[in-house]
Every structure is written in C-alpha cells, then in structure tokens.
Design a binder for this molecule. Sequence first.
Ligand SMILES: N[C@@H](CCC(=O)N[C@@H](CS)C(=O)NCC(=O)O)C(=O)O
Length: 231
Amino acid sequence: MAKKSEIKLLGTVASPFVNRVQFVLNLKSIEYEYIEENLTCKSELLLTSNPVHKKVPVLIHANKPPICESLIIIEYLDEIKPDVHRILPSDPLERADNRFWANYIDNEFFPLYEEMRVTPGKEGKDAIKNRIIEGSVLLEEAFIKFSRGKTYFGGDDVGYLDVVLGCFIARTKFTEKHNEFKVFDEVRTPRLVEWVKRIWSHEAVKDVIPGNELLVNFYTMLQKYRPARAV
Ligand SMILES: N[C@@H](CCC(=O)N[C@@H](CS)C(=O)NCC(=O)O)C(=O)O
C-alpha cells in the first residue's frame, strides 16, 4: 500500500483522463502529490516520463518507472490496493466486457466531441451529432446490461465504467451547451440521465470535475493551438 505522497500524479485540471485517475485515487483513499503540467510548455519531467505520447496523466509510484495511459494507471491502482473499493469486477469475462466498453468510450465515443469542435459548418456538425446520439443509445444499453437494475455500471457503487465514462461528464455538458443538443436525454437514454446526476454528486468525483470556467479556458487554449478545420 502507498504511503503519503509516495504517489505523484502529473496532470492538468481540465483533462478528463487525469480526472479519471483522481476519481480512483479518491475512491481508494490514496494520498498523492498532484503536479500541474502546462501542456503548452511541457516539463522535462513529463517529457522524460512519457516519451512516447508526451501526455498526461502520468503516475509515478515511489520513484519507480512511470506509468502512462489513464486506463493502465487505474488498473494499476486497483491492483496495488485491491482491498479498498475494487473497481474492476472479479469475473474474467465481465472484466473483458468492461474493457471492451472502456475502449469504445475512449476511442470511438469521446473523440466525437473533439471531431465536432474541429468540423466546420452545420452539415458536418449535424452528421457528428447523429453519431454521438447513436453512441449514446449503445451506452444506455450497456448501462442496462452492467447495472442489472442498480444505480451504477458497477452495480451498487461506482465501478470501472462509471469512472471511465464519468470523467467525461463535464466535457459532455460543455459540448451540449456549445452545440445546442443533448447527448443524454430523458426519452432516448433515461437511465443515463439519472446516472449523470448521481455521478455528478458522488463524493469521490465532485471535487475533481472541472468547473465551467476551467473548461472555457481549456477550450480557448484548444481553439488557439488546434483550431477548427477550414470550410
Ligand atoms: N489515451 C490517453 C489520453 C491522454 C490525453 O489525451 N491527454 C491530453 C490531455 S486531455 C494531453 O496530455 N495532451 C497533450 C498533447 O496532446 O500534447 C490516456 O488515457 O491517458
């Protein structure tokens, strides 16, 4: 088990991938030292810790080799502290299914938000909106399957997919506001609408989710460094 500040987390406050790791550190009551990165001027520590992707989050545990990629980090935390708030199910088949959906969320669903931001014109944006809506229905079905009539993907309490999708709630609300549509709505995805409210107010999550001001700053930074594509 980690002692105080044996764990260092390199991150940036508006990153959902960093927030994801913070959720799990909170769920497991693991103390850590948080080191804020400036992604427009990356530190030597970040560049040497994650030389392949040069991205946050990076977790450094007791001066051992750094661990990169948020999903790998949260699974590592689950393995070093399995006795407190297990996030992955113990059944291998269920674990595989959880990983499948995490992969879908990270590599297919969430990237559509960024695609929406950089795509110019109403027609292009509408096509992406439709793909987000199709994805939301798949996620509602996944929620019904995993939650088995309970509150979270993980059942009675937050599990792996709650953490994986939960970290995108702030960005979801932001995307909804800026594009005037609902990603999750009462008719199409009623269970996820309820789930969003519960996750949003969960103790382990609420101090970590970035507020609107932070997101606006992050969005402005993105618009500057990765502007929308030309029409
Ligand atoms: N697949 C990575 C994604 C991490 C990621 O995209 N991090 C962003 C911040 S949200 C980053 O560090 N970007 C810096 C860059 O693209 O140069 C993970 O799950 O950790």
